[in-house]
Design a protein around this ligand. Sequence first.
Ligand code: NAD
Length: 415
Amino acid sequence: MESYNSFKVAQQQVMESAKLLNLDQATIELLIYPQREFKFTFPVRMDDGKVKVFHAWRIQYNYARGPAKGGIRFHPEETVDTIRALACWMTWKTAVVDLPLGGGKGGVCCDPKTMSERELEAVSRGYIRAIAPIIGIERDIPAPDVYTNPQTMTWMMDEYETIVNNHQPGILTDKPQQVGGTEGRRDATARGGVINVREACKVYGFDPTKTYAIQGFGNAGQRAALLHQEILGGGKLIAVSDSRAAIFNPDGFDPKELVMHKLKTGTVKNFPGAKEIQHNELLTLDVEILYPAALENAITSQNADNIKAKIISELANGPTTPEADIILNKKGVHVIPDILASAGGVTVSYFEMVQDKYSYFWDEEQVQQRLDKKISKAYHTVQEALREKKIHPRLAAMVVGVARVAEACKLRGWV
Ligand code: NAD
């Protein structure tokens, strides 16, 4: 079983790309470490009257191409290296879709599942008070991530606006539309993942109307289930899973009914007509397209060799371990890497920033068309790098992202 430090993996990926790009030592050193790290603590009075001190971070990994952009996680096992890795990947993700942004990430070590609504609000406000001096709409724009959501963003935005005594909705993204959010954010990540699949099918001749399976039936997974059929004009969804169950039906599920069932019962378990299977079985089913949309390290050296999907569109961050990646490559599976497949979310977050700046909002169709253009272009740019350098898609996406950031550093005279 592989065990590794995500940040070391992220650094390794940068070094591999740097070698292909012949980057000099100073540039490599600049790109394998965060430019700024802020570690801090803040006290919150909990519901039982006692004060609890929270440990937290905000990391601005690289801001050569624009303000840092990336989510804030609330997680009990948060570590600085996880945040460093995620901030590093955000840097290449924003660059690969050519957004004028850098990469960042933040986190609070806490267990939201054991906290009341009032405590969550107090932690959200405490966190943003502490980072207020280092963020800004031209400096660093946070967003939600694991266990944070549009409500968290609204509390944080309200606290920030109180500090600066000004309306600044663009300070955070993924807000509800009533307070400066955008159309189209809810399905943006899945939409980006499906658009990538559409382009891959055009290039490699795979048939998107055959079968597909989805691991993780949350925000990204549910939307991918629906959008796959809408965008690709068909496709049979034969298996889905969430943390409680994995279900299978060779005749296919109706994605709309499955989403309704999940909303009503909180799980995909006991969906009429479905056969329950082992979680691991879902990943190795004979499907044309597989969407991992749950957590990191789902595809490992233990199961990669048994994967039968022709395309894997990584909606989750880091679902494939480096060892599994090598196996999938050898097998000829077309892996659309997370920094490209899940870039739809940050792309629409960027659209939200633009609309907040202008205080003028686009309709859903405009958001979707602009997203489609950005993602399709990014897919084909990565394809060009892949062909030119004869490398696999993950490395090709990294090479595109790293080259763009390195160029910005050079133009600025940093290296
Ligand atoms: P979510 O919490 O809404 O959904 C995650 C789903 O995965 C849940 O249904 C959960 O039950 C399920 N799950 C957890 N462990 C599982 C397991 N072992 N097997 C099967 N299912 C399991 O989260 P989300 O927003 O949909 O994000 C999913 C992934 O996509 C994460 O890796 C996230 O970082 C990534 N991502 C999301 C966005 C976005 O905009 N939501 C953007 C970029 C990347």
